[in-house]
Design a protein around this ligand. Structure first.
Ligand code: CO
Length: 622
């Protein structure tokens, strides 16, 4: 009888898919021993979006989290997801940063590194693969599955062959979009097993179009050894298929497993309670997600587009955006819709629809993609599209990272005022702004945390009711942080700000929608200094003055980098088309250009401040 094994994703991909990655280490610790003993081949616990979310939103040190896992998991190998040269970020890193990060990830406890590249480009994976092998880790080479005219069986065979030539220990068929169907699963894995009979094969799918369990069975029939699954409360929807029914299905079909069903149900009960406490929904499969074969947009990307459009108050334009996505994708040479390409294609589609003019506003990352800075597009980009996006510039012909100068020494010097910890320097090299803010927060005992938890949102929305009780609720959510002797928190989202200091709670209305809490206590000093957001109608303008407005909801940055000079300051004269600031949206940096020539007379928003769609950023005088 064939044995089938499982990798648990309940601590990484599950929460990333369903809970916006907002699961804290304190919520994981009580259940780790049971997961460790349940019979998993490995546990995926790190990488993907968890790294920057730890710093951005959870006030956690991602490296410390990894060391904690290593201490607590006594027998199950730890696995992580690495985006090739992009590591755990959204832009490629220079080779010295890749080598440092990969080596330290393994030294801190990672046993198996699953490495992929959004474009299936071996050039983008080679440095990471070699560094991981050198550091003594096992490498799982991943082949991204997508639907397009150029992603053929030959492509999947060649990519696997190239990975094996690089020395990977196993292969993964990676369906991050949740668009894999049973027959191609069988065909691709069968083909791999015929060509590479000794290489173990693992299947990573998302449940989004509801075919994942069928794919899992076909994968096993074709010879795959390991299937990625999640504990039921964090499974379904855009997450992985649930382990509990799969084990039963496999055993009925004649496979053996090492899984302990009693422990699996204990684990499920634990996460079901946690889910209820935080107020998250179970994973659901939307009709639009199951219609993926009509519109070709993966479910995870749809939810991103919906939240982006909702912020822009343009949710009703989703159908237009869904129709635009395949057009942009074809224009860009059929990149798989996976990070970072899903963001690149997604935001360009949103901008094309919102501005009413295709490629009028093109984020830097889209330009970089067309220049070949993410690797070669799967199919060539036409001359016409290239010209529209990058003008007369020519795409590169070398490996993108060959153009990136070494960065570790510079990073070390730049962040020396806050840390000399090597791992934190690596974090800074990947995420300069985020890491600096996080380290400053640690130094000052102040964390900026967004209140995205549904239960926190509910509590905040009820603030006219029993304030104490609701806030106690919120405090409980973050009570784990108290144990680190931090006595002040600043929470914020676009409606509300809240400060907790030594157990005393102060709340203050912030952005325009916060009218119900306008009677904010004066004690809210830490947040009162934040500049009030300005609605378009509130800016008083002289006859010769105009405003430059944000074309998208996001975060305003006055300068290209934390220590750089701002693009413009008050008194500067700018030309039409000159870059005046950056608005970060959907994890992409969009350079905002002035629509007019004139003098900047006022900068209306502070650096790193959240901005609304249409919010004035500058007053400019002709
Ligand atoms: Co995934």
């Amino acid at each position: 009888m064939n044995k089938i094994s499982f990798t648990d994703t309940t601590l990484r991909d599950g929460p990333q898919s369903l809970w916006a990655t907002r699961m804290r280490i304190e919520d994981m610790l009580p259940i780790i021993e049971k997961i460790d003993n349940a019979g998993y081949a490995s546990v995926e616990v790190w990488g993907g979006a968890t790294f920057d979310v730890c710093m951005r939103y959870l006030g956690e040190d991602p490296w410390e989290r990894l060391r904690t896992f290593k201490k607590c998991f006594k027998k199950t190998p730890l696995q992580m997801l690495l985006r090739g040269q992009t590591l755990v970020g959204y832009q490629q890193s220079p080779d010295d940063v890749v080598e440092a990060f990969v080596t330290r990830a393994i030294e801190n406890g990672i046993d198996i590194m699953r490495i992929f590249d959004a474009l299936n480009s071996i050039d983008n994976m080679r440095v990471a693969i070699r560094a991981a092998k050198k550091a003594g880790g096992k490498v799982q080479g991943s082949v991204v599955y997508t639907l397009s005219p150029v992603h053929t069986m030959e492509h999947y065979l060649k990519t696997a062959q190239d990975l094996i030539d690089e020395g990977v220990d196993s292969l993964c068929l990676k369906d991050m979009g949740g668009i894999l169907t049973p027959q191609p699963t069988y065909d691709i894995i069968k083909m791999w097993k015929e060509h590479f009979p000794d290489v173990p094969v693992q299947l990573h799918t998302h449940f989004t179009c509801a075919m994942a369990p069928a794919c899992a069975l076909e994968a096993a029939r074709a010879g795959a050894e390991i299937i990625d699954t999640c504990s039921a409360p964090l499974a379904f929807g855009s997450s992985q298929p649930p382990i509990e029914p799969l084990v039963r299905s496999f055993e009925e079909c004649g496979f053996t497993t090492d899984m302990d069903m009693d422990l699996l149900w204990d684990i499920a009960d634990y996460f079901e309670d946690l889910r209820a406490k935080y107020g998250y929904e179970r994973g659901v499969n939307k009709l639009s997600d199951m219609k993926v074969f009509d519109h070709q947009v993966p479910g995870g990307m749809i939810s991103n587009l919906v939240s982006q459009l909702r912020q822009q108050k343009a949710e009703h334009r989703l159908d237009e955006v869904l129709a635009e996505v395949p057009k942009v994708r074809a224009d860009l040479g059929w990149p798989p819709l996976v990070t970072p390409c899903s963001q690149i294609v997604g935001i360009q589609s949103v901008l094309n629809v919102l501005t009413g003019q295709r490629y009028k506003l093109v984020p830097d990352e889209v330009k970089a993609f067309v220049k070949g800075l993410y690797g070669p597009s799967p199919a060539p980009i036409t001359e016409e599209i290239r010209k529209k996006i990058i003008g007369d510039e020519q795409p590169i012909s070398c490996r993108p990272a060959d153009l990136l100068p070494a960065k570790m020494d510079e990073a070390k010097a730049e962040i020396a005022d806050l840390t000399s910890d090597y791992d934190q320097i690596i974090a800074y090299a990947m995420f300069p702004m985020v890491t600096r803010q996080w380290l400053e927060g640690m130094r000052d005992g102040t964390y900026k945390i967004d209140l995205s938890l549904p239960s926190a949102q509910a509590a905040l929305n009820n603030e006219e009711g029993d304030m104490d009780m609701n806030l106690k609720d919120i405090k409980e959510l973050i009570s784990a942080l108290d144990s680190k002797e931090i006595n002040e928190f600043v929470f914020e989202d676009d409606k509300f700000k809240l400060a907790i200091r030594k157990g005393v709670v102060a709340a203050a209305g912030a952005a325009p929608a916060a009218a119900p809490v306008a009677a904010a206590p004066a004690a809210a000093a830490p947040v009162a200094a934040a500049p009030a957001a300005v609605e378009a109608g509130e800016v008083a303008l002289a006859a010769n003055q105009k405003t430059i407005v944000s074309p998208i909801v996001g975060t305003f940055y006055a300068a290209p980098a934390p220590d750089a000079a701002p693009f413009v300051k008050e008194g500067d004269v700018v030309a039409k088309g000159q870059t005046v600031c950056i608005v970060e949206a959907m994890k992409l940096f969009n350079q905002i250009e002035s629509d007019y020539a004139g003098k900047i007379v006022k900068v209306l928003v502070a650096n790193a401040e959240a901005v609304e769609y249409g919010q004035p950023l500058f007053i400019i005088e002709e």
